[in-house]
Write a protein that binds this ligand. Structure first.
Ligand SMILES: NC(=O)c1ccc[n+]([C@@H]2O[C@H](COP(=O)([O-])OP(=O)(O)OC[C@H]3O[C@@H](n4cnc5c(N)ncnc54)[C@H](OP(=O)(O)O)[C@@H]3O)[C@@H](O)[C@H]2O)c1
Length: 328
């Protein structure tokens, strides 16, 4: 029987999500990889337990996480039932709909039909009465944005979600989504964009829009799926994401990045932290960021990443050295 650590709230930092009343841990854990039907169930369980014991109150899912799609939510339902049921009110659980889940015209994108059906399926798989955050996973070029936002508003009004979020929306659509949701009376809580040292599109405009609109920001893949760690310094190890047939990081993405990774690793060593820790601190230095949404394949990685919170500041010299490395 799992008993959560009594000191779980002592070390974690909690940040207010935009102008909402909700606080999120500075580090959140996502279940995209390593929690599916193909993965080792007990390893996922150990990571979730350790995460919660270290103050990570936010677990992020989506309808399609696995593989196979849906299996991460199914497994999460088991972890909830076996370990976390007594702690439901201490947890922020999110899920999303947007990518392909079932055949036919109602199985992906942003129609009301798809979003409502998908959330019902997710709740069933996870054995939950509600999720804390329900996201539109990606903008839909064909569905009017009003329809997608009305569906999010409806999920909140029905009590199946407590807050609404958007993911992968560009700056202009984010502004529009925020306006519609505000008018509907369900403010947009949070945006989940891809953001790391290697992927910086949010810096152009999105972060400013989020600040103006009072929306929180939870960047995903802050370690560039593991590239911004020491994982690939000596090639592609067995069991790593790039080595797995179903991993979203492809072997041909590793080699072109590795020279920069080596240089960044040197700076991290001078700072006496791991590259993963430096990559997370580098994102968290911006006050518009609510939380970094990491993945992990072991308890050790999780612990390494949470320890990033011990040293979050950068000197001007370090920042310009990093810029130098990233620009060429
Ligand atoms: N909204 C969206 O469209 C979207 C898209 C993608 C992801 N997400 C969310 O973001 C979450 C995180 O994404 P991500 O998994 O790509 O994040 P990430 O943190 O960039 O990458 C996680 C991977 O990096 C490696 N790693 C992590 N910590 C490490 C450490 N300390 N040392 C060495 N290697 C380390 C592990 O790879 P190995 O497995 O090789 O050990 C781990 O699986 C997802 O779970 C999901 O919730 C959202």
């Amino acid at each position: 029987m799992y008993q959560a650590n009594n000191n779980r709230y002592n070390a974690m930092q909690y940040n207010r999500c935009g102008r909402s009343g909700l606080k999120l841990p500075a580090v959140s854990l996502g279940l995209w990889h390593n929690f599916g039907g193909v993965d080792v169930f007990e390893n996922g369980r150990a990571m979730l337990r350790r995460a919660f014991d270290m103050g990570i109150t936010h677990f992020d899912l989506a309808n399609n996480y696995g593989p196979p799609p849906g299996s991460a939510e199914e497994n999460f339902g088991k972890y909830m039932a076996q370990d976390f049921r007594p702690y439901r009110d201490e947890l922020i659980i999110s899920t999303k709909a947007g990518y392909l889940m079932w055949p036919g015209p109602y199985g992906e994108w942003g129609s009301r039909k798809y979003l409502m059906a998908s959330l019902d399926q997710s709740l069933k798989r996870m054995g939950l009465e509600y999720v804390d955050i329900f996201y539109s996973h990606r903008p839909d070029p064909d569905t009017p944005i009003e329809e997608t936002m009305m569906a999010l508003d409806q999920t909140v009004r029905s009590g199946k979600a407590l807050y609404a979020g958007i993911s992968n929306y560009p700056a202009d659509m984010t502004r529009e989504a925020a306006r519609i949701l505000r008018e509907l009376g369900t403010p947009c809580l949070i945006h989940q964009p891809k953001y790391s040292m290697f992927e910086r599109w949010v810096e152009d405009e999105l972060l400013d829009v989020l600040e103006t609109e009072g929306i929180g920001c939870i960047p995903f893949s802050p370690l560039a799926q593991g590239l911004l760690t020491d994982r690939y310094l000596n090639g592609i190890p067995d069991g790593s994401r790039a080595a797995k047939a179903w991993g979203f990081l492809k072997p041909n993405q590793v080699e072109p990045a590795i020279e920069k990774v080596r240089k960044l690793n040197e700076i991290a060593r001078e700072r006496e932290q791991s590259l993963a820790q430096m990559a997370l601190a580098w994102i968290l230095k911006d006050k518009r960021i609510t939380s970094v949404l990491i993945g992990a394949s072991s308890v050790k990685q999780l612990e390494d990443n949470i320890a990033a919170l011990r040293f979050l500041t950068f000197s001007e010299a370090e920042l310009s050295q990093i810029e130098e490395i990233l620009k060429d």
